[in-house]
Ligand binder design. Structure first.
Ligand code: SAM
Length: 321
């Protein structure tokens, strides 16, 4: 799809470039904030699975840049934003980057070190595996990322803090809801207007972190397993009984963002400039080391080999004739 055609079909792709966001995902976080006011009182944040960095940009613009412009802030008091991804990303004002895998304990340790004994007010995670289109598989891999994020949450989030995580809606959504409810009294699944209806993506907005009494982060997996097991413990709010009859859990699900605003599933006409032409903007910041980089290099190499082979043929042909 050409850039202009993508601009026409995806209003948020176009708007992201106009407003200087690295990815259209920025609008998802902004629309979640419109509904849940997630940045209120926030001074320390962890952005998990952050590349290419549009959520980190939102955090920088909402939290760090205003503090820089405010003379009352001294350097040490400025908001702390730590962003983690497998991929490196171009620098963002006020964002500390950690390159690593969130499912790896060592990455979690590096994040914790940056907080130097303090806790975070907010953890966000927009992690997504490379989607295969096989919904069960995608949902499973996604759930592993959420569990890794929850592990980090149980180490760094302060009591009363918030956790926002991308989820894929599927048959295990109720289980995930119950697992999150063990730690957060308020859990809402939200669908921002900028997230396409055709996508199974949604976001769990978990508020007021409150781990069970005596909880030890080492026991996280054991605790989560008990929620899903047929002999789910009666001391938990959610046991396996949530599946059935009167105990069935209804998950709060909310559409968010201006409902009269742009619809991500609609095409919008392009606005021509004074001379009547349309000029598509370049992406704000192309990924600096995307996972497909090697594939592109190989493709380029093979086409230049092909081109070289053509030149050889031409030379041979010339020699022959
Ligand atoms: N929120 C980002 C933004 O606004 O620019 C977009 C995130 S993108 C949808 C998903 C990211 O998850 C990718 O950059 C990918 O590298 C990252 N990711 C996937 N698995 C990961 C893992 N195990 N550890 C760290 N990052 C991971």
């Amino acid at each position: 799809m050409g850039k202009a055609s993508k601009d026409k079909r995806d209003i948020y792709y176009r708007k992201a470039k106009e407003e200087g966001w690295r990815a259209r995902s920025a609008f998802k976080l902004l629309q979640i904030d419109d509904e849940f006011n997630i940045f209120e009182g926030v001074k320390r944040v962890v952005d998990l699975c952050a590349a290419p960095g549009s959520w980190s940009q939102v955090l920088s613009r909402k939290l760090y840049i205003p503090s820089k412009l405010n003379p009352e802030y001294r350097n040490g008091d400025r908001p702390l934003i730590v962003a983690i991804d497998l991929q490196p990303m171009a620098p963002i004002d006020g964002v500390i980057q950690v390159q690593g895998d969130i499912t790896n304990a060592r990455t979690a340790e590096v994040v914790i070190k940056h907080f130097d004994g303090c806790k975070a007010d907010l953890v966000v995670c927009d992690g997504a595996p490379d989607v295969t289109g096989l919904h069960d598989m995608d949902e499973f891999v996604q759930s592993q990322l959420i569990l890794a994020a929850l592990t980090i949450v149980t180490h760094v989030l302060r009591v009363g803090g918030k956790f926002i995580s991308k989820i894929f809606r599927g048959k295990d959504t109720s289980l995930l809801y119950c697992q999150l409810k063990l730690f957060f009294p308020r859990v809402t699944f939200a669908k921002p207007r900028s997230s396409r209806n055709s996508s199974i993506e949604a976001f769990a907005v978990c508020e007021d972190y409150c781990p069970p009494e005596g909880f030890n982060p080492k026991d996280l997996y054991r605790l989560l397993e008990r929620v899903g097991s047929p002999c789910g413990s009666s001391d938990l709010d959610c046991s396996s009984a949530w599946l059935e009859g009167a105990n069935k859990v209804y998950i709060p699900f909310l559409a968010c963002g201006d409902l009269n605003g742009y619809d991500s599933d609609r095409s919008y006409p392009l606005t021509a400039s004074a001379d009547g032409s349309y000029r598509s903007l370049d992406p704000v910041q192309p990924p600096i080391a995307p996972p497909y980089k090697r594939a592109l290099e190989l493709k380029k190499a093979s086409s230049s080999h092909a081109a070289a082979a053509l030149v050889d043929i031409d030379v041979d042909t010339l020699t022959l004739s």
